[in-house]
Design a protein around this ligand. Structure first.
Ligand code: GAL
Length: 854
């Protein structure tokens, strides 16, 4: 690849200095800034910038969590927070807007600004995002003649109305960079290029319209379209994926930008828990900057929770943890967060050289690449990569040897010294665990000795079976989403069958099979008022068949089919038209077949408990209490009170013992729960080899286990010192007394650092820059390291929790670590023979430590 000449500086130095001065007087970005771009980078106030960004979706956490999440993002080295705007949250009913609570977009953006970070506002308004219906309000579907995402007025009018509404709101609040606000980028549409081929001849004119509509809104910051190779100027087309180093924008005038670097992958009910090793994530990021990228965003940096019925689908789980650097509960996921923080610091050390020029590429051998950035004034930064997924290598660069582990990049911010290697983790591992807790009440009454709320404290309400209230009739089977408009997950299909004496179904006492075809997502069959069978589809295919052997009795028989959705589809061509519900019902026995599909059915949208708003209804006349609580009964609502769990650690509810349903704390839905939907028994890996291309199914844990048994209850939903209300709606049957509360806390800290690791990235003086250092730190500022369980200097092996000594180990390691670390919040120990002596000459040694805090 030929090197590009050094690019001209976009502004004169004196102007730059002035702008810098202005910025530095105002750490909260209150000065108006101009944002543009050129071939090399996003340009802010005339200065090309390397920007590290991370996605945090405001409704996936609470306003109370935002400041801490954003501060942790800043501490992790982010410059920008990227969020989608969720149309169906803000306009649940056409023309009626809602921006309160978790929906307070303006407050979120102002919180980001207050931390001194920028915002990339991805308005969409189609967002995908594993969000219900991809973010579209369902009412949109009912506008006559509308066709989603192609060139037609009904759709374009609504899309323009909402986009304009958001832009106007941002302008009014002075949130665009030109107004002194934090928004430096905006996005229109989302990955349309991935599906454009299916949308026929008006697809391109739709995209051109979207581009010009967006541009006409004069937001004064650049617009991007992701995964849109044909994005018209001046829209920047950007890349989404696990790797984007190969990506090239569609014009030499546009910078190479990566809007979604998937930090893990999403969880679905029925799936295993995906994770992405940080060595691979860091490799992908380093490769991107190595090969000319200057804007990179982690999707997600904090994934959070799909509260209520917001999850997309079908079957997207309530947890949207995403294996992000900040976990669902708002705690640092270590070493992911820390290793990326180190990477960001080193990339910023390269910024001046990076933005000045395109890199010069030299091959250092097969799968071995060097890219060098050099400014006219002699600043130099180099990236050395070994993209082989098996073999480590030693390369010669600038006359010196460098060892490169397989699938790794070393970064040399001065072209001389390695400051970072993507495969060498200096950061500690923090093992987080759920600690089962007692509520205040139970702590006072130690005799219960259990974490459960006792039986007598629960009340219940039995949901009637079948179409009973507000029903209507229809000949034939109705498509579910068209019928419910997603006002509820539930639709009842009810029918009565008269079995008279000579009916074939009774012949010779033969059994009858009920066949049901469903487009999805979940079905419960009730025969004569009893739950008789259930079935469900999966995230990959929502449709399914159900066969259930039933016995009909002489006379009238009731068949009530409860069809439930679990998040509306959010992705793929024509996803909006993907239906749900029952498409065929047939009764069969040896002698006869009766197709009920075209019979007259009685329907009920939603549940009686929903009509009564039981999630927020405390009327004694509604709720029942019995000395023995009905358990393992389908269609039962439960209510109890609990006291706030102790301490301030994040809280989860463990729903083991329950089947499937939804849960509310003090009237707020914490989402659908479904601990009985387990992941397939195979497909998991014991330990994930980070080397080689990653995919969403490469590294999965939890096989054969519930996809999700723990559900986050944000602290702000729980009232400290007061009683709190928990309401559950259970579909299939469960025992609510088994429900328990757990606190998420750090159990132990581990680190394993080799002598061959680079020194700490924030080392300031030459002495510190000399060698590798092991750093441990308790996550809580008010806790200290209380014990060192393991320490070995030499050739220790194993992983956190199961380290063991190798053939070579210093006898002094444990005592040295105890001396340096116990009683303090954090400690640094040099990984060196100066400290530990030399237990084995001519061997590269490492230090492994496990400690805990209290
Ligand atoms: C992308 C999409 C995101 C999200 C992601 C998967 O295709 O743009 O919104 O759905 O996939 O998590």
């Amino acid at each position: 690849m030929a090197a590009h000449p050094t690019l001209p500086s976009p502004v004169s130095t004196s102007l730059l200095l002035l702008l810098l001065l202005l910025l530095s007087c105002c750490s909260e970005l209150c000065a108006a800034a101009t944002v543009s771009y050129d071939h090399r980078a996003v340009v802010i106030d005339g200065k090309r910038r390397v920007l590290i960004s991370g996605s945090i979706h405001y409704p996936r956490s609470t306003p109370e969590m935002w400041p801490d999440l954003i501060q942790k993002s800043k501490d992790g080295g982010l410059d920008v927070i990227e969020t989608y705007v969720f149309w169906n949250l803000h306009e649940p009913v056409q023309g009626q807007y809602d921006f309160g609570g978790r929906k307070d977009l303006v407050k979120f953006i102002k919180t980001v600004a207050a931390a001194g970070l920028y915002v990339h506002l991805r308005i969409g308004p189609y967002v995908c995002a594993e969000w219900n219906y991809g973010g579209f309000p369902v009412w949109l579907h009912f506008i006559p003649n509308i066709k989603f995402r192609i060139d037609n007025d009904p759709f374009k009018n609504e899309m323009q109305k909402f986009t304009t509404k958001i832009v106007d709101m941002m302008k009014q609040e002075m949130l665009f960079a030109s107004q002194g606000g934090p928004i430096i980028l905006s996005q229109i549409e989302n990955e349309y290029g991935n599906v454009e081929q299916y949308y026929g001849p008006t697809a391109k004119s739709y995209i051109d319209w979207a581009a010009s509509m967006a541009t006409s809104l004069n937001v004064s910051v650049p617009w991007v379209m992701c995964q849109q190779d044909n994005a018209p100027d001046p829209i920047i087309n950007t890349c989404n994926g696990f790797y984007c180093d190969n990506f090239k924008p569609n014009s030499d005038k546009k910078p190479k930008m990566w809007t979604e670097n998937w930090s893990g992958w999403f969880l679905s009910f029925g799936g295993g828990v995906p994770y992405r090793p940080v060595e691979d994530l860091a490799f992908a990021v380093a490769r991107f900057f190595q090969r000319g990228g200057t804007f990179q965003n982690y999707y997600m940096y904090h994934g959070g929770t799909n509260f209520g019925r917001t999850s997309g689908g079908p079957f997207i789980a309530t947890s949207y943890d995403y294996d992000s650097p900040i976990d669902e509960y708002g705690l640092l996921r270590q070493p992911k967060w820390g290793h990326l923080r180190d990477l960001h610091i080193v990339i910023k050390q390269c910024e001046e050289a990076l933005v000045a020029t395109d890199p010069t590429y030299t091959s250092l051998g097969k799968n071995l690449e060097a890219h060098v950035y050099r400014t006219s004034s002699g600043r130099c930064a180099a990236f050395l990569a070994n993209i082989d997924d098996q073999s480590d290598a030693t390369v010669t660069f600038n006359g010196k040897p460098f060892h490169l582990p397989a699938w790794s990049v070393s970064i040399l911010p001065d072209c001389q010294n390695v400051a970072f290697n993507t495969a060498k983790i200096n950061s500690q591992t923090t093992v987080l665990e759920m600690k089962y807790t007692k509520t205040y009440d139970q702590a006072a009454d130690e005799s219960t000795g259990s974490s459960e709320i006792s039986e007598s404290e629960w009340k219940f309400f039995t949901e009637p079976i079948g179409s009973i209230n507000s029903t209507f009739k229809n000949v034939g089977l109705l498509e579910q989403i068209n019928t419910t408009a997603d006002s509820s997950d539930y639709l009842w299909y009810s029918i009565s069958i008269d079995v008279i004496g000579n009916e074939p179904f009774l012949f010779n006492g033969t059994q009858t099979t009920l066949h049901v075809d469903s487009l999805g997502h979940v079905l419960h069959v009730f025969v004569n008022g009893k739950l008789s069978a259930s079935n469900q589809g999966s995230n990959a295919d929502a449709s399914f068949k159900l066969e259930n052997v039933i016995t009909l009795s002489s006379g009238q028989n009731r068949i009530d089919l409860l069809s439930a959705t679990v998040g509306l589809k959010n992705y793929g061509q024509f996803f909006d038209l993907k239906g749900a519900g029952i498409t065929g019902v047939i009764l069969k026995n040896q002698n006869a077949t009766r197709d009920l599909s075209s019979s007259q059915w009685t329907y009920q949208i939603g549940l009686k408990g929903e009509q009564l708003a039981l999630h927020d209804n405390t009327q004694n006349s509604t709720w029942m209490s019995l000395s023995s609580l009905p358990k393992n009964q389908p269609l039962t609502w439960y209510m109890t009170y609990f006291d706030a769990p102790e301490h301030d650690d994040p809280v989860a509810i463990d729903f083991t013992g329950m089947g499937k349903g939804e849960a509310w704390v003090n009237g707020h839905s914490i989402g659908r729960y479904w601990p009985t939907y387990t992941s397939p028994p195979s497909g998991c890996v014991q330990s994930c080899d980070y080397r080689g291309p990653f995919s969403g199914s490469k590294c999965v844990r939890n096989c054969g286990q519930p996809s999700q048994s723990l559900y986050h209850v944000p602290r702000s939903l729980i009232q400290q010192g007061k009683t709190n209300r928990l309401v559950l709606f259970e579909e299939v049957g469960g025992d609510p007394t088994l429900v328990s509360f757990a606190l998420r806390e750090a159990r132990s800290l581990c680190a394993h650092v080799s002598q061959s690791h680079p020194p700490p990235v924030d080392a300031v003086n030459t002495a510190q820059k000399k060698g590798a250092v092991l750093h441990l730190e308790c996550p809580h500022s008010d806790r200290v390291i209380s014990s060192v369980k393991f320490a070995s200097f030499g050739t220790p092996h194993g992983t956190c929790g199961s380290y063991s000594h190798g053939n070579c180990s210093s006898t002094t390691a444990l005592a040295i670590l105890q001396q340096a670390c116990i009683g303090v919040r954090s400690c640094d120990v040099k990984v060196s023979t100066e400290v530990f002596g030399d237990p084995c000459r001519d061997v590269v040694k490492s230090l492994a430590v496990e400690a805990s805090c209290s």
